[in-house]
Design a binder for this molecule. Sequence first.
Ligand code: MSK
Length: 630
Amino acid sequence: MGDFRLTTIEEFEAATDRLIETGKKVGADSWQLRVKNQTPHCKFGEQGICCRICSMGPCRITPKAPRGICGCDAHGIAGRNFLRFTAGGAATHSDHGREICHTLHTVAPDGNYKVKDPEKLLCIAKEWGVETEGKDIYDLAHEMSELALLEYGKPYGVQRWLKRAPEHTQKLWRDAEIEPRAIDREVSTAMHMTHMGNSCKAEALVRQSLRSGMSDGWGGSMCGTEFSDVMFGTPKPVDTEANLGVMKEDMVNIIVHGHDPSLSEMICDYSEDPEMLELAKSVGAKGINVAGVCCTSNEVAMRRGIPMAGNFLQQENVVLTGACEAIVVDVQCIFPALGPLSKCFHTKFITTSPIAQMPDSDFIRFDSKNAGENAKKIVRAAVENFVNRKPELVYIPQMKQKATVGYSTEAIVKVLDGVTNSYVDVTGTTKPLIECITSGVLRGAAALVGCNNPRVRADQAHIELMKKLIANDVIVILSGCSAQAAARAGLMDKEAKNLCGAGLKRVCELADIPPVLHMGSCVDISRMVVLASKLAKDSGLNISQLPLVGCAPEWMSEKAVSIGNYVVATGIDTFLGVEPQVSGSDQMVWWLTEGIRDWVEAAYTIETNIEKLGDAMLARIEEKRAALGI
Ligand code: MSK
């Protein structure tokens, strides 16, 4: 085991406290302080029973006032709020996917973006029934981009990607009327249904919530993931490092943050440009160090091995080190607090997207046409800023862990081929994994996803659940900020196999993998539903029969609710460690935790006690095993 040990939550927190001390010297604010200012939270909002959908109100439901002015009750109000929350998340992920499709339309052999994985493009084209014979790969990319963009507004039919699911699942979706039609339509329908004077039945609002989520996971997010792989490469295992110790005192530090790899890939390219490296030397730096935060970090870590500085609640910490020359952002999960915070240091806060414009930032508009030129401009601005660093404010916590990342579905299938002798199948079967599960070497698999949320001690729920699951021989796949929590703690170091039960440890040794597998960013949860579909097809079982569970223990965003809805709609029981804002309606709680099981053979479990949440996940896995007689 050498000298491997996990980094503890207490060590994370001690580093953060030390950084906040630096912040105090320069008058910086922090999320920890703002949480105190915002507590206690509004109870009506927490329970989902405040309606602001028309201007007769706002109306709030109490025992004395059980209906709003229009007559809508708590179930209608909580249901509408839940559906709008989902639609916000579905729109956000899907618009990210749309941008990727537009970028695909600009690929050219001598352009800013190229086709890096032609085989994947050919596979998707065949899947969609597009003729590929004799076609130039770039012409094919443009054709596929146009077809993908049509998925957003097609007048008839349902999403093309649904055919990846087993027949049984597709039938459930058809029968429940939750097959997503055009991606944009499901968001528009959600907004229409929740307008004043429309749906107020919990059942109808939950059904459309599932359908909107499906338009994300089996629509927009899948476009985002698949065509990102085509342009930037399908991830394969690669070594990297994680936590704030990846920042370098003697180098120019550029932090990339957000979601769309189109920006971060270019920043990485230009940070290796000889002219920029020369410039860095001329200002006294040893070089240029790029590190990531949030899902952008996942994107560039799993394709390039770029180190991961941190996850959602670490984004202020990278500036507080005093060693961040530029934090460069695109869209989603970016704290507006970064603007005023950056002004307390020498850091340049560079916004790049019309979708995420913020005060106190330098706006350098970035798009696929000016990508090369503007990425170079951004890298130059960061390098030239090195001389403005204030050495007395620099403190980089010397904490980092090794991590192996980049387990796309394709990579998982490939590495697990090495585990059993009976199947050596290079065509991509999941049978070795199924054999591990049926033989009991592995008890099952869990997908841990999602954010941090100050309602939960940051990262603790992610890390404690992972430790519990792997100790019980449950293999864990991760995406989003959950993945970075694992990497920062050390759970993506292959040495973490010693924390596993005997079965999982053996699998880790044979396949040479860490016990928790990094599958990417939050749009990449679409990889997880494809993997579940593949497992079901290869085993001849329904997805809901497999000993698989999903969990978002520290979720906070609208995107996370959209994700939860498509994961559960795929037939995977989903466990939440933070309550969705529906508790003011017993009908909404019932539909989400029980009622939907009749439609999709899975439902939510909500449990804020993390120990109990882990027990419930393990119990569900064992129930599924018992039902299969394995
Ligand atoms: S970045 S949505 S905090 S996972 Fe995708 Fe992390 Fe959640 Fe944002």
